[in-house]
Design a protein around this ligand. Structure first.
Ligand code: PEP
Ligand code: MN
Length: 287
């Protein structure tokens, strides 16, 4: 049985897989993403657009989020879109833009890989590979990113339990790669007022059962721009090791997820508030 921070034994109705379990490894795993560490005392903020759309869009957004304290840049080059007629991302051209602005700003890059056939290509550009919600149970892909020696950002499946989430991570560790960050990004419930229901209880649960760093995505977790700051602050208070947030230099013109993307000013304001919240819980935002 695991023991939570209050020393109360935690009973869950399943066996935590061996390699991800805190019983096997009591200390939190530090995940090093191009020199930026997740899982220590600092809270790391990942920010950037949902999708890389153009040089100007990416570069303006990246420079601004870095100035305001983001440590890692996000941006999709291969996008999993619900409709095949929606913008699918710039592909390799997008990866090249990410690397160019990464060198200028010093921010390592995380970007999604959707297919086993793309792992080598994406890994040749990215500092961390993102496995998206729709692929959390794509076992060949989990094995492939496990075999690749790059950190992995594993997003919780939108219909997945904590047990399934931990088992997905176990697939990656089983291939010899323990550089895995877990990301809660909202699950599907009966609620329709929000895009997803953000499960903040996943933070203390995952951190108790498992030694991997846990971050929150309040952008996909709510789907609503004005709700992102509240949930980001709540995530820090709940003990998250980091945040991943969508930020766009012109959210109203975004080709993807503009409705949940913060503007540059909104991100700036939120970072100021997050610094205060993190101090209140004896943490600090890594800058
Ligand atoms: C994303 O972060 O770009 C994304 C598509 O998120 P998710 O897989 O959580 O839907
Ligand atoms: Mn998005």
């Amino acid at each position: 049985m695991e023991v939570n921070p209050c020393n109360i034994p935690v009973k869950v109705g399943f066996t935590v897989p061996m390699r991800v379990s805190r019983k096997t490894k009591p200390e939190t795993t530090i995940v090093n993403v191009g020199g930026v560490e997740f899982g220590g005392t600092g809270i790391v903020v990942i920010a950037g657009p949902c999708a890389v759309e153009s040089r100007e869009q990416l570069f303006d957004t990246a420079r601004s989020v870095r100035k305001n304290g983001a440590r890692v840049l996000r941006g999709g080059a291969f996008k999993p879109r619900s409709s095949p007629y929606n913008f699918q991302g710039l592909g390799e051209e997008g990866l090249k833009l990410l690397v160019e602005i990464s060198k200028e700003t010093g921010m390592p890059v995380v970007t999604e890989v959707m297919d086993t056939r793309q792992v080598e290509l994406v890994a040749s550009y990215a500092d961390m590979l993102q496995v998206g919600s729709r692929n959390m149970q794509n076992y060949p892909l989990l094995k492939e990113v496990g075999a690749c020696r790059k950190p992995v950002l594993l997003k919780r499946g939108m219909m997945s339990t904590i047990e399934e989430f931990l088992n997905a991570a176990e697939y990656i560790l089983n291939m010899g790669n323990d550089q895995v960050i877990l990301c809660e990004r909202g699950i599907r419930t009966f609620e329709t007022a929000t895009r997803n229901t953000i499960d903040l209880s996943a933070v203390p649960m995952l951190k108790t059962l498992c030694h991997l760093p846990v971050i929150i995505d309040p952008s996909h977790g709510t789907g609503i721009r004005w709700m992102v700051p509240s949930m980001a602050k709540a995530a820090v208070a709940a003990g998250a090791d980091g945040l991943i947030m969508e930020v766009h230099y012109q959210p109203e013109t975004a080709l993807c997820d503009g409705h949940q993307s913060l503007s540059l000013d909104e991100f700036d304001r939120l970072m100021t508030e997050l610094k205060r919240v993190s101090l209140a819980v004896d943490r600090e935002i890594s800058v």
